[in-house]
Unconditional design. Structure first.
Length: 102
C-alpha cells in the first residue's frame, strides 16, 4: 500500500471500555464519516485516509478532527459545510484557520 498524502482522524470519543462517550460522539462526529469519505472521492482525493479515534481530550471544542502530517487540529466540526471548508483548504495546501484549535 502506498503511504497516503494525508490522514484525517475523526474523534469518535471511544473510551477504554469501547463505549462512545464525550462531546464528539454526542454531537454526531461519526455521522459525518460517510459524507467525508464521499466528498474525498468526489474531489479525487484518493491519497487521503480517514480513521476514527478514541477521545482526543478536546471535548470543549468538539467534534474534533485532525489532519496529518500537517498536525492541523480542528474543532467544532459540526456540519457538512465545515467539512467542505476544511477540505477546500486542504486542497489549497493550507489550514482552514476559522476552525483550527490553537
Amino acid at each position: 500500500m502506498k503511504k497516503p498524502a494525508h490522514h484525517i482522524f475523526v474523534c469518535a470519543s471511544f473510551r477504554m471500555t469501547g463505549e462512545p462517550q464525550g462531546i464528539c460522539h454526542k454531537k454526531g462526529s461519526t455521522n459525518f464519516l460517510q459524507y467525508l469519505e464521499q466528498e474525498l472521492s468526489d474531489r479525487g482525493l484518493a491519497d487521503v485516509v480517514v480513521s476514527t479515534t478514541g477521545c482526543m481530550k478536546v471535548c470543549d471544542r468538539g467534534p474534533a478532527m485532525i489532519v496529518y502530517p500537517e498536525n492541523w487540529w480542528y474543532g467544532h466540526v459540526e456540519s457538512e459545510e465545515v467539512i467542505d471548508q476544511i477540505l477546500d483548504a486542504l486542497e489549497e495546501g493550507k489550514p482552514a484557520e476559522e476552525f483550527l484549535i490553537a
